[in-house]
Each structure stands twice: as C-alpha cells, then as structure tokens.
Design a protein around this ligand. Structure first.
Ligand SMILES: [Zn+2]
Ligand SMILES: [Zn+2]
Length: 106
C-alpha cells in the first residue's frame, strides 16, 4: 500500500511535527509545514508547488487490522528532516503571486 511520508519537521521554521501533531499541514506532494507557517507566512500556498495545504492525517500507532500490518508500528514516521531549498525572499514573491487564486484555479 502506498503511504504518505510523515516528515518530522516544518520545512520553513524547522519546528518538530511528530506523527500525532495536530499542527502539521501538507500539500499534495507531501511538502510539510506547521500551521503557523502555512497560514501566516505562506497564506495557504506551498512554496514548492503552489498548491494548498490540508491538515495531515494522523496515522494510528497500532495496526487495528493486524493482518494488514499498518500503523506507525509498521510504517514509522520519517526521521529525515527536510528544509525548503528556496530563500525566504523568493518564497514571499512566489506566495504573493499565487495566494489570491483559489486552489482550484492555480
Ligand atoms: Zn513552521
Ligand atoms: Zn507542494
């Protein structure tokens, strides 16, 4: 089964975003940010793809269907911290040109 990569940190401010953190936001490519950055800095524009964010679902700890071998116990969160490759000035210009378009019109 394909699975979402649960990245460990905000790619902008580097805040820790553990798997059961309610503040994690993701775009369709799994770029991951904290709620503060996603809302207040990025205005719901992914710095990489320009798409919108949604709350990252919380993967259960255990495999509620043992035969399926799911849950964090079988598919743990990634430990590889990710940082946006774009400079802040570049990100803010990117956000400014996209933020007023509804996600479906981007
Ligand atoms: Zn952040
Ligand atoms: Zn993205």
């Amino acid at each position: 089964m394909a699975r979402l990569e649960l990245r460990p940190n905000c790619e902008l401010c580097d805040k820790d975003l553990p798997p059961h953190c309610a503040e994690a936001r993701i775009c369709s490519y799994e770029c991951t940010y904290c709620a503060d950055c996603a809302e207040k800095v990025l205005h719901n524009v992914c710095p990489t793809c320009g798409g919108n964010f949604v709350a990252r679902p919380m993967r259960p700890t255990v495999s509620w269907r043992p035969a399926e071998k799911l849950g964090l116990i079988n598919h743990p969160a990634s430990l590889k911290r990710v940082h946006s490759p774009f400079a802040m000035e570049n990100i803010l210009a990117h956000v400014a040109r996209i933020k007023d378009l509804a996600p479906k019109d981007r």
